[in-house]
Design a protein around this ligand. Structure first.
Ligand SMILES: [Zn+2]
Length: 177
């Protein structure tokens, strides 16, 4: 998958909430352009509800895109890969991944710097495939990942009980797509 726009946007990442939202929408469009269109109302509703229990103001969509980790974009926009539901076998797994991604966004990882998800050196990029990786970039990313994990752990500890039946219904739908 190409994330040219994401890389291009890094340097000029938006300052105002409106500009961030516009950027996030454009990035999402670019990501979805290469994705097979799917319809997953049950999984979408499940994700939206779960996301709203973690933090407010986020929009979340499910899409047939690369990877299994949710993609966090400026403007509180999240795209969850279909494979996330194939990989995760219980509600806690999806909740943990969502909370981690929201952690990156809430903590403004990459918003002010060169590191953003997507292309080389991006958050969740498998750095073992990218060479050479500047040491400072790797260190910064590792710190971001630690912080997002800590954020997720705190959120998960404070969540009410997860709806396992709703998760399984969403998973069943996603697995048929
Ligand atoms: Zn991460």
């Amino acid at each position: 998958m190409k994330y040219g726009l994401i890389l291009a946007a890094c340097a000029a990442l938006a300052q105002s909430p409106e500009a961030e939202l516009a950027l996030g929408k454009a990035l999402k469009q670019e990501i979805l352009r290469e994705a097979r269109p799917i319809s997953a109302p049950v999984a979408s509703a499940y994700l939206q509800k779960l996301t709203s229990t973690i933090s407010s103001g986020y929009s979340v969509d499910i899409a047939d895109v690369d990877g299994r980790d949710p993609i966090g974009l400026p403007g509180k926009i999240i795209v969850v890969p279909l494979k996330c539901f194939r990989y995760c076998k219980d509600a806690a797994c999806v909740a943990s991944k969502l909370a981690h991604t929201i952690g990156h966004l809430e903590l403004r990882h990459g918003v002010n710097g060169r590191v953003f998800l997507g292309g080389p050196y991006g958050i969740h990029e498998d750095l073992t495939r990218v060479r050479p990786v500047p040491h400072a970039v790797r260190r910064e990313q590792e710190q971001f990942e630690r912080e997002a994990d800590e954020f997720a752990a705190k959120v998960l500890a404070s969540l009410p009980g997860l709806d396992e039946a709703a998760f399984q219904a969403a998973r069943a739908e996603a697995q048929q797509l």
